[in-house]
Design a protein around this ligand. Structure first.
Ligand code: COA
Length: 223
């Protein structure tokens, strides 16, 4: 049966998600993209959708009342907290999320992948990995063996999560960051681009640098 999908988010990651779906269709998957929803799309993003022939369906508030209930949704919004709020609206309306995995991604054995997950091109997921719901893995990110990524985690391009790492709900790992083996990144934390995490990260904090340090605890410039 053809899966009928709406993508929520017209921005960069929304269009990257469309690329994943188009690659899946080219590889033989039976998916129909109904269109894209966005509460406040930029004109430039709408132009890009028009160029690729994807309809803009309006805002979630406009579209959801007319949904039949058999559509699947993907929240293609990079910010974990926003993604969580948007996904709640769709699941409250009784819709199920779709998971899409680019054909070029490598997924190791015994890995478990939740609903609403987007895995883009060139991603490597090792063995015995657990990905919660609405996890985003951006291009060329690498997830080590036995890692657990809870719901609404975003792994930006080129980031590396080592083996046995516990990445808790709503964490954002910046582009090119590295989390060393066996560590925990607390819920809602942000790891800056290019940071190397060498110790557990407290929930809700932002860490940057090599080794990664809490930005709130860093000395002020010149101080
Ligand atoms: C860490 C991060 C979340 C901070 O964002 P922010 O709160 O808006 O912070 P600001 O840009 O105001 O910068 C605050 C300070 O941190 C520094 N800083 C910001 N990001 C940094 C990083 N990744 N590494 C080291 N220092 C960083 C800034 O230079 C600034 O320092 P200063 O106070 O000495 O001038 C953000 O810069 C980041 O790295 N996000 C990930 C980006 C990413 O992955 N992009 C790819 C998207 S596909």
């Amino acid at each position: 049966m053809t899966e009928r999908v709406v993508v929520v988010g017209a921005g960069g990651f929304g269009r990257e998600t469309l690329d994943v779906i188009e690659a899946l269709i080219a590889a033989g998957a039976s998916i129909q993209v109904l269109g894209v929803l966005d509460a406040a799309p930029r004109d430039a993003d709408l132009d890009q959708l028009t160029k690729r022939g994807i309809p803009y369906l309006g805002t979630e508030a406009e579209w959801l009342p007319g949904a039949t209930g058999d559509e699947r949704y993907i929240v293609a919004v990079g910010a974990p907290a926003v993604r969580r709020r948007v996904a709640a609206r769709f699941s409250d309306a009784g819709l199920r999320a779709a998971t899409v995995i680019h054909p070029s991604a490598v997924i190791g054995s015994q890995s478990r992948i939740g609903d609403g997950v987007v895995i883009t091109s060139g991603v490597q997921v090792s063995t015995n990995v657990t990905l919660g719901d609405h996890v985003h893995l951006n291009p060329a990110s690498v997830i080590g063996h036995d890692a657990v990524l809870s719901d609404f985690v975003s792994v930006n391009p080129g980031a590396i999560v080592s083996g046995n790492v516990d990445v808790r709900s709503g964490v954002l790992l910046g582009a090119g960051s590295v989390v060393l083996q066996g560590l925990a990144v607390g819920a809602g934390a942000t790891v800056g681009a290019s940071a190397c995490v060498t110790k557990d990260v407290e929930a809700g904090t932002t860490v940057v640098g090599v080794p990664a340090r809490d930005v709130a605890l860093r000395p002020l410039a010149g101080g």
